[in-house]
Every structure is written in C-alpha cells, then in structure tokens.
Write a protein that binds this ligand. Structure first.
Ligand code: PCA
Length: 325
C-alpha cells in the first residue's frame, strides 16, 4: 500500500472517530527546509507544544528537508489530505493565488517590526484565500531579509546579464529577468547541487539559506539588499481542522501562536549570525552599490505594481491597511 493510500485511510478514520474517543492521532508534517534550519527546529518545538497542550491527543512527527514531500508538493499533499499538516514557503503559491505574494513586495516592509505589521494587515485576506484552497494557516514565520548571491563582484545590471539564476517563486523569476538573468526555479533542498553543477550561479535569499547550503563552496559574494522578509507557513487541511473538537483546536492554536512568536524572534536573532558565518567562510558580504540598489528599487516598484494588478482589491487593501498603521 502506498503512503498516500495509508494516510488517506487514516484521514477517513479521523473523520469518523473524532477526538473525543481519546485515540491519539498521529500527524505527519512535511517541511521543506533543512532539519537544522530554525524553521524546522521551531516546527519540532510546535509539535512538542501540541503534544503537551492536547495531552498527547495530537502527535505530530516533523519530516524536514523535503524528505516526505518535496517543497513543491507539500501544499497539494495537505490540500488533498495525503497528510493533515505541512509547512511551505507562502509566496511559492503566488502563481496560483497572487494574493499569497503579499510578502514579496520589494522594499515595502524591510524590518521585522514592519514585516509583522504587514502580516497583520494581510492576515485576514490571506486566511480567506487559503480557505478557498482548503487550507487553514496555523502560524507563519519570517525569513531574514533577502539579498543576492553571486560568484563575482556585481556593481549593476551590467554585470548580471545572462547569469543563470535560481528563483524560488514567480516574483523572483521576474526580478531576475529584469536584471537580464535566466531564472530557473529550484528548491532550497536542491540548491547546493544546482550550484555545483552550474544549473544556477546566482540567487536571491537570506543569509540563512546560504549558510544552510554552504554556498561559499560555490559562490563568492553576498549583497545585503534586504529587499523583503518572506514567510513560511504551517497549514492544516480544512476537513481535518474542522473534524477536531473546539478544545483541541484551541490547544493547537495556542501552540501555533507561541511558535509564531518564538520563530520570529529566532529569525531576527540569527540574521546577523548568518552574515558572520558567510564572511567567516570566505564570502564578501557587502551592501549593494548605490547604482545597483537604484536599479533594484526601480524593478521593485514595477513588481509591486504588477502584484497589485494581479491581486486586485484585496491586495490594495493590504497595502492601504499597512500604510494606515
Ligand atoms: N530562504 C528560502 C526562502 C527565503 C529564504 O530566505 C529559500 O531560499 O528557499
């Protein structure tokens, strides 16, 4: 029997037996990023809290690094009930639901405090969007600010023409194209291999992913552009969520709220550590040149305008609510 069949049956049982009968439910939780990354470690802390607050009724096993489902397959696995819960990079879903690109708007919210404010402004419409996808978000957690990795010094777009660029969603592919680069979408879990084989030789990300993937083995420069702080989210299948009693849902939500706070704090705490590690391992870690930054800001404004067009009125409402606070 395949894994999907087994979990399908498990979920069917879940639906008919409800939580009150005291049978513990075992939930597999695929996560996309490295086991040692703080997102995954916080996922394990979340699982521990859930176990504690539900008195063992919900027993979550974390599968990090795309080991159970690859990053690109996790949302579908949760939507279709192959697994009850999972974690993924939210804006990777913006191609399907543009609103979910709310956290990829260049130079709009570039501090942790502003990113939290933007999430507050976006939360209700993001949750409504996720409900349409048969998903309930339990918590989100920011990555540190996004900057560019290259294998040479880059002072402007004159230096980026024709470079193969690893993108992680459609917005970063657009960014790359505007800089004359050739985007190819690759999961973080496959990044080292892509750099080693020359499938890509540049990408945008935080210091965190460069550190996890030891990219100093292949690349030489990191420019701390701090373009945006994108988020991962832990999502649960709507039927699974609705199949729980109120008390269990409240216990899980308490665990999720606590994890949201601890994960954001961890991200902020580690941001400079990652830069130090990149530098210690021989990379040049620098600010982008004023010329490059001006180009990036121009592209960024265009990307925000395009996002507002595709996300429509709810997108504009997020920006308006953010600016009003
Ligand atoms: N790391 C993830 C997403 C954002 C980040 O900082 C990645 O590169 O896939």
């Amino acid at each position: 029997m395949t894994y999907a069949m087994k979990t399908g049956i498990a979920l069917a049982l879940t639906a008919t037996t409800a939580f009150a009968d005291s049978h513990a439910q075992n939930w597999d939780m695929p996560m996309a990023y490295a086991a040692t990354n703080y997102h995954s470690e916080e996922g394990v802390a979340f699982a521990d809290r859930v176990r504690e607050y539900t008195d063992g009724a919900i027993n979550i096993t974390v599968h990090p690094g795309g080991s159970l489902f690859g990053g690109g397959d996790i949302k579908r696995a949760v939507q279709t009930g192959q697994v009850p819960i999972g974690e993924r990079f939210m804006s990777a879903h913006a191609n399907e639901a543009p609103l979910l690109g709310w956290d990829n708007l260049p130079f709009i919210a570039t501090s942790y405090a502003d990113n939290a404010k933007l999430w507050e402004a976006a939360r209700d419409s993001v949750n409504a969007q996720l409900a349409d996808l048969n998903l309930v978000a339990l918590y989100t957690c920011p990555w540190p600010g996004q900057g560019f990795y290259f294998n040479k010094e880059v002072g402007s777009s004159a230096d980026t023409q024709g470079i193969k660029f690893r993108s992680y969603n459609s917005a970063t592919a657009t960014f790359a194209e505007e800089l004359g680069m050739i985007p190819v979408q690759i999961e973080a879990a496959e990044l080292s291999q892509a750099l080693a084989t020359g499938v890509a030789s540049a990408f945008i990300s935080s210091g965190s992913t460069g550190y996890d993937r030891k990219v100093w083995e292949h690349l030489s420069h990191y420019y701390k552009v701090n373009a945006w702080l994108p988020r991962n989210y832990v999502m649960v299948n709507t039927q699974v969520w609705e199949g729980l009693d109120d008390e269990t849902r409240a216990a899980i939500q308490r665990a999720a709220d606590e994890t949201a706070a601890s994960c954001a704090a961890k991200s902020e705490e580690l941001a400079n550590f990652y830069f130090d590690e990149l530098a210690k391992n021989g990379m040049t870690v620098a600010d982008a040149s004023p010329e490059f930054l001006t180009e990036l800001e121009t592209i960024g404004a265009k990307m925000t305008a395009e996002w507002l067009e595709s996300a429509g009125a709810p997108g504009q409402a997020i920006i308006d609510a953010y600016n009003a606070n």
